[in-house]
Ligand binder design. Structure first.
Ligand code: SF4
Length: 287
């Protein structure tokens, strides 16, 4: 059962997801990052994404050890991790969906990846799940985790982010425009390169979208992130911004502005159940 402890994120640590959360809903940002509340449930989509990332990490670790991880081993690891991690916190948001359908989707993504990109990929891995930090000002440090950093066969530095989302992204800032390119900018500084590739690999589509980051663009990206983080850091009002994402927001049981349609009410039902069982752990908010 999740606990709603008071564990605010260090004030000067800004990840891409922190800034994105503020952009999507300032009130959710306040709950999560300023008050340190833990969301009441974890969506099945997020659970699937984390486990698929774990299996990809294992596959590339094995390859760096000169092993050839088989598809069967990867699928077995997926199944084992899936079963071991399932708990009452993991929640299906869409009422018509079944838990097992997500595991099948995970299997399909890994199968496509193993038979496609992984089989033909001749790049070298430098780091997996690598934490990247870059001090922007005394008050703002950019921080994030790059899924995979490596070098192509011709030696080009790259950073790739694996996505399990249904849709491929676009060039906008909170889609493909900022996150992976920022990681590439940090990696360039860490590995002393003056150019890097930033990629998003969409596992449901078995497609990768690449963009090049040079030193000028790297500086522009860091400046832009600093600007966005500074806006978040100086915010004094945290208005709710209700929309489709309320269904996936773990504070929807205590938020008076939540808009959750009946067919997407799995998370809301779980949060209310939690609230009924441990009402003292929830703060009643005035908004
Ligand atoms: S339920 Fe919706 S409006 Fe309320 S905090 Fe969450 S995302 Fe924001």
């Amino acid at each position: 059962m999740p606990e709603l402890g008071q564990r605010p994120t260090p004030r000067n640590q800004f990840s891409f997801s922190r800034v994105k959360t503020y952009h999507q809903c300032p009130l959710r940002y306040r709950y999560r990052y300023l008050k340190g509340f833990k969301e009441a449930f974890r969506s099945i989509e997020s659970y699937l994404g984390n486990i698929v990332h774990d299996v990809l990490e294992w596959m590339y670790e094995e390859r760096e050890r000169s092993e050839s991880p088989s598809l069967e081993s990867a699928l077995q690891l997926l199944a084992d991790r899936w079963t071991a991690g399932l708990n009452e916190e993991i929640t299906v948001i869409r009422g018509s969906d079944r838990v097992d359908a997500y595991l099948i989707t995970g299997r399909e993504m890994l199968e496509r990846f193993h038979k496609g990109t992984f089989r033909t990929d001749r790049s070298r891995t430098i780091a997996l799940e690598q934490r990247l930090n870059h001090k922007l000002t005394d008050e703002i440090v950019f921080t994030g985790f790059a899924d995979r950093i490596g070098r192509t066969e011709t030696g080009r530095l790259f950073v790739v982010d694996y996505k399990t989302s249904k849709k491929e992204g676009d060039a906008s800032e909170f889609s493909e425009g900022l996150q992976a390119p920022l990681y590439a900018a940090c990696a360039m500084r860490s590995y002393d390169d003056d150019e890097a590739l930033a990629g998003y690999h969409y596992l449901r589509h078995e497609s990768t979208s690449w963009q090049s980051v040079d030193t000028d663009r790297a500086q522009q990206l860091l400046d832009r992130f600093q600007q966005l983080a500074a806006e978040v850091n100086s915010a004094t009002e945290f208005e709710p911004r209700p929309g489709i994402l309320c269904a996936w927001c773990g504070f929807n049981a205590i938020c008076r502005s939540a808009e959750v349609p009946e067919k997407l009410s799995g998370g809301l039902e779980k949060a209310r159940e939690f609230q009924d069982r441990k009402p003292s752990l929830f703060e009643k908010d005035s908004q």
